[in-house]
Design a binder for this molecule. Structure first.
Ligand code: 13P
Length: 279
């Protein structure tokens, strides 16, 4: 069944588990993630990033996810990941997304706040949830989303409190030491900052940069307010490495290769679902 983000995240936040938000941009990634949810009996956030509009339109992503998810018993939310463009956000709402992320994190605080508030007004009137971001993540290895110039800026708990009360966002993405992509060294996840943010806000928090984050850190984050964890890089790098290994041995029909790739995606997603304890 299709639902919005809030419906999935409130029980996760209250019962202290996290729901995976798995970046998807083609049939294999959407189907692999959703089948992983079915096989583990867990909710899934199917995240379509504005970055992937060259791969699929908003309308195609929505039609695909609705047709895969509507007959199912598990809750599925189609979420627009990282959009800086309000027009794309409003089109996603119109196309049937259950959740949108307005990413104004690179803007001055007041501008991010004003834009996020405007998005919330429209989205909430349509029953669509909103995620926003304060602070910024650095980029690690192999990230397709982060840039080498991205600067790490931790989320300030006091600013976060002001932002959430003024905007009415449903979930806030925080910067506490994770990176977009694979870590270059040992991760230094600032659970102390997260704890302060969680105590100040009391709403579901979002961890971007899930790939490669050690299980112990993930569990600490979930214990301190993280209810949604985004994974992109590892799904792609595993699927590409395993496709390359398969193609080195055999040259299957394209349709058979696609089915193998659904399984590669599914296995990575299931590994993260087990970390997130969402079942
Ligand atoms: P990773 O690529 O590090 O998994 O991060 C994904 C993400 O945060 C998507 O918004």
């Amino acid at each position: 069944m299709m639902t919005n983000l809030k419906t999935i995240l409130i029980p996760a936040y209250e019962k202290k588990y996290a729901v995976g938000s798995f970046n998807s941009y083609n049939y294999e990634t959407f189907r692999g993630s959703i089948e992983a949810g079915v096989e583990t009996g867990t909710p899934i956030i199917a995240a379509f990033g504005a970055k992937y509009l060259a791969n699929m339109s908003l309308e195609t992503a929505s039609a695909l996810v609705h047709s895969l998810a509507e007959p199912l018993d598990i809750p599925i939310c189609l979420h627009l990941d990282h959009s800086k463009d309000m027009e794309v956000i409003f089109r996603a709402i119109q196309a049937g997304f259950g959740s949108v992320m307005y990413d104004g994190s690179a803007l001055p605080f007041e501008e991010n706040l004003a834009n996020t508030r405007a998005v919330c007004r429209v989205a909430h009137a349509c029953g669509v949830s909103v995620e926003a971001e304060l602070g910024s993540l650095a980029a690690g290895r192999e990230s397709h989303e982060g840039e080498a110039t991205d600067v790490e800026k931790y989320t300030d708990p006091k600013a976060a409190k002001k932002f959430v009360s003024a905007t009415d966002v449903d979930a806030l993405a925080v910067s506490i030491g994770t990176v977009h992509g694979l870590y270059k060294g040992k991760p230094n996840i600032r659970v102390d900052i997260l704890k302060e943010i969680d105590q100040a806000l009391g709403i579901p928090l979002v961890l971007h940069g899930g790939s490669g984050t050690p299980k112990e850190d993930i569990l600490q984050c979930i214990a301190n307010g993280i209810a949604k964890i985004n994974v992109n890089t590892e799904i792609s790098s595993d699927a590409v490495a395993r496709s390359a290994a398969l193609l080195a041995k055999e040259k299957p029909h394209f349709s058979v290769l696609s089915l193998h790739q659904v399984d590669f995606v599914k296995e990575t997603v299931k590994k993260y679902i087990a970390f997130f304890r969402s079942h």
